[in-house]
Design a binder for this molecule. Structure first.
Ligand code: PLP
Length: 447
């Protein structure tokens, strides 16, 4: 049996309809270098999704390889439950330094979903310790995605992913997604005065004494199709939390570590959340690691005599894994040494320039971009914004066509996502855009 057959025999792939997968030829990756991935037959592809939005400086980055190898010579893992390890201390210091002011404590885990699960449990327990146990309502946004554990799914607002599990979920107050192209309030963004933010304010005010916090993805709702919030929405969300004495929890799992052009999305609007979750790019895309950062105010509420049971009873076996923390430290050193964010700005501008060419295509309804996150929404009819039917698999068709041209993408329904590693060269980025333009044209015009 070859490797593709062995994969089909035993591996169950995430977010994948295995019936379709089994009917196709799986792409088996063997190697990578920079923004390029190579399959077992030696074919090369541009990694246009940064290995699911987490790769930053490229594959086999010397400094990160070196940091992991050096740490392997010391210890790979020892628990953080009641003990400390060297790289997790150093990384916590760095994270506090590079995240918005006020966040001073770092709680580690190993995935974006766990970082958010921790955020919501931490926020919930915080209010209990503050003598406000009636605060049990979470506010999040429609179209939100915070991961696949049950708490994170409860906060989520994407019916396709979340509806099946509805009976298992706790009730959440959903405010309208700041999605101008498909406004659920059916308003015109030019004249609405950011009505979605007003609605958020209304919801929080109405439930003022019961709200645990407002949970949101700052600037970009990624998994719902790269929905870019209007400027000022995030700042207004912060004001709403401050005015109503509740917590602001920012999920920077997708937006963190340079993705939006600044280290964290919160910096674009000078927002200081009470809790911030990050993951994905934290290790440069090398190893599973995530972190939930909190203020002293939150941390201090958990301090007490042992007998008071104020401990945060949450943890994972691999919390603060030393190898992963060493990789993260390596990645942060590259950010500094190579001035990655400065080098990124002309590439963001190039992406913006080239994306303009997509607006003229007959079946492109909307082109959305924030920094190095972009989405091209394909529609059946531009005038009416009628989406392609789910069964047409239009996004999947474009992605398969792109793969034949040496580019790896993954769609979100009818949205073609562009999420190259920050290290991608201008030449590779141009090639990526050429391929996507060509594939969208052939697939949509051949319908
Ligand atoms: N939060 C956001 C905003 C995300 O985009 C994702 C993943 O795409 C997650 C949480 C979940 O992260 P993970 O897949 O590492 O659990």
């Amino acid at each position: 049996m070859n490797r593709q057959e062995r994969d089909k025999k035993h591996v169950w792939h995430p977010f994948t309809q295995m019936k379709d997968y089994l009917a196709g030829d799986p792409l088996v990756i063997a190697e990578g270098e920079g923004a390029i991935l190579r399959d077992i037959d030696g074919n090369e592809y541009i990694d246009g999704v940064s290995s699911l939005w987490c790769n930053v400086h490229g594959h086999r980055k010397k400094e990160i390889d070196g940091a992991v190898i050096e740490q392997l010579g010391k210890v790979a893992h020892s628990t953080l439950l009641g003990l400390a390890n060297v790289p997790s201390i150093e990384l916590a210091e760095k994270l506090v330094e590079i995240t918005p002011e006020g966040l001073s404590k770092v709680f580690y885990s190993d995935a974006g979903a766990t970082a958010m699960e921790i955020a919501l449990k931490m926020a919930f327990q915080y209010w209990r310790h503050k003598g406000q146990p009636q605060r049990t309502r979470f506010v999040s946004l429609t179209n939100a995605y915070h991961g696949d554990t049950i708490g994170a799914v409860s906060l989520g607002g994407i019916d396709l992913f979340h509806e099946t599990f509805r009976p298992l979920l706790f009730d959440v107050l959903h405010a309208p997604s700041p999605f101008c192209y498909r406004c659920e309030l059916r308003l015109d963004p030019k004249t609405c005065g950011m009505a979605c933010a007003k609605k958020l304010r209304e919801i929080v005010e109405q439930h003022r004494d019961e709200v645990v916090g407002v949970f949101l993805e700052p600037l970009v709702q990624g998994a719902a199709g790269i929905i870019v919030a209007p400027e000022g929405y995030l700042k207004e969300a912060e004001c709403i939390c401050r005015d109503n004495d509740t917590l602001l929890v920012c999920d920077e799992v997708a937006t963190g570590f340079g993705r939006t052009g600044k280290m964290f999305a919160c910096f674009h609007e000078q927002v200081k959340p009470d809790i911030l979750a990050c993951g994905k790019g934290i290790t440069g895309g090398y190893l599973p690691l995530a972190a939930t950062l909190a203020t002293d105010e939150i941390y201090d509420a958990f301090l007490g005599d042992y007998s008071e049971r104020k401990t945060f009873f949450h943890g994972h076996t691999y919390t603060g894994n030393a190898l992963a923390c060493a990789a993260a430290l390596g990645s942060l050193r590259v950010f500094e040494k190579e001035r990655v964010l400065d080098a990124l700005q002309p590439k963001i501008a190039l992406l913006e320039r080239r994306l303009k060419e997509f607006s003229d295509l007959e079946h492109v309804g909307d082109v959305r971009q924030r920094g190095f996150m972009a989405g091209v929404e394909l529609v059946h009819d531009r005038e009416t914004k009628t989406p392609y039917d789910w069964d047409e698999k239009i996004g999947i068709q474009v992605v398969l066509a792109a793969r034949r041209c040496g580019l790896i993408l993954r769609p979100l329904g009818n949205v073609i996502v562009l999420m190259p590693p920050l290290c991608v060269t201008e030449e590779q980025l141009n090639r990526m855009l050429d391929v996507i333009h060509e594939c969208i044209t052939t697939v949509t015009e051949g319908e």
